[in-house]
Write a protein of this length. Structure first.
Length: 225
C-alpha cells in the first residue's frame, strides 16, 4: 500500500493540527473532521482508502461512541479513541465496541505516532501464508480467520489476540504477557479486558472456542486436542 490515510476526528482545532503535523512528518495522508456528524460523512466518503481513525470521545453533534458504532457496522478499520477521561469503565466500554487502542489526553504525540505505526504494521504486514489450527485457518496476508471454511468477523484486537494464542500454541500465557505483546505497549488497565476479548473470541469460534483453555492463576493457552 503506497499511501496511508488517517482520519482525525476531534473538535479541538489545535489538537487536530498538533496530531496532523506529527503524522504528516511520517508521510501519512490526513483527513479531518471537527464533529461527530462530519466524521461520519468523511468516513463514508473515503472509507475505501482510510487505513486508521483517530476518534475523540467528546465531540458535538455525535459523540465518539456513536461514530464508532457507525464505523463498526461494516468496517474493521483500526480505531484509536482519544479522550480526556481515563476511567477504567470507559476503557472497557471502548474495547467492547471494537476500539483497537485507547489513549487518554494529555498524551505524547511521539507515543501516539509510534502506536499508530505499530497498528498499521500489524494490519499491513507482509506475512502471507495461511495456517490451519484444528479447523481454524488464519490468513495473515488478508487478516482473515475461517472456522471449518466459514469466515468469522473479528476486530483488529480480537484478531491480534487470537493470532498471538495460535502463534504460541500449547504455551501457557500469563495475562501480563498477553497485554504486553498483544496491546503492544505496557497496559495498566484491568485484566478483565483480556477476559472480555477471550469470551467474545470463544463465542465467534463456536465449538472451536474450547481450544482456548483457561489456565487458573496464570492466563490462557491455545491447545487442540
Amino acid at each position: 500500500m503506497n499511501e496511508t490515510t488517517i482520519l482525525i476526528a476531534d473538535d479541538e482545532s489545535r489538537m487536530r493540527k498538533l496530531i496532523k503535523d506529527f503524522l504528516k512528518a511520517k508521510q501519512y495522508t490526513i483527513l479531518e473532521a471537527e464533529d461527530g456528524e462530519r466524521a461520519v460523512e468523511v468516513f463514508e466518503e473515503n472509507k475505501d482508502k482510510i487505513n486508521l481513525v483517530l476518534l475523540d470521545v467528546m465531540m458535538p453533534k455525535l459523540d465518539g461512541w456513536s461514530v464508532l458504532r457507525h464505523i463498526r457496522q461494516d468496517s474493521k478499520v483500526p480505531v484509536i479513541m482519544l479522550t480526556a477521561r481515563g476511567e477504567e469503565q470507559d476503557e472497557l466500554f471502548g474495547f467492547e465496541l471494537g476500539v483497537d487502542e485507547y489513549i487518554s489526553k494529555p498524551f505524547s504525540p511521539k507515543i501516539l505516532v509510534a502506536r499508530i505505526g505499530a497498528i498499521l504494521k500489524r494490519v499491513q504486514g507482509d506475512e502471507k501464508e495461511a495456517k490451519n489450527y484444528g479447523g481454524i485457518v488464519i490468513d495473515q496476508e488478508g487478516r482473515t480467520v475461517t472456522v471449518d471454511g466459514k469466515p468469522i468477523e473479528l476486530s483488529l484486537r480480537e484478531y491480534e489476540l487470537l493470532k498471538y494464542l495460535l502463534d504460541n500454541e500449547n504455551v501457557a500465557l500469563s495475562r501480563d504477557k498477553i497485554l504486553n505483546n498483544v496491546w503492544n505497549y505496557d497496559y495498566y488497565g484491568d485484566s478483565r479486558t483480556i477476559d472480555s476479548h477471550i469470551k467474545k473470541i470463544r463465542h465467534k469460534l463456536g465449538k472451536k472456542g474450547k481450544y482456548i483453555k483457561t489456565m487458573r492463576g496464570i492466563g490462557y493457552k491455545f491447545e487442540v486436542k
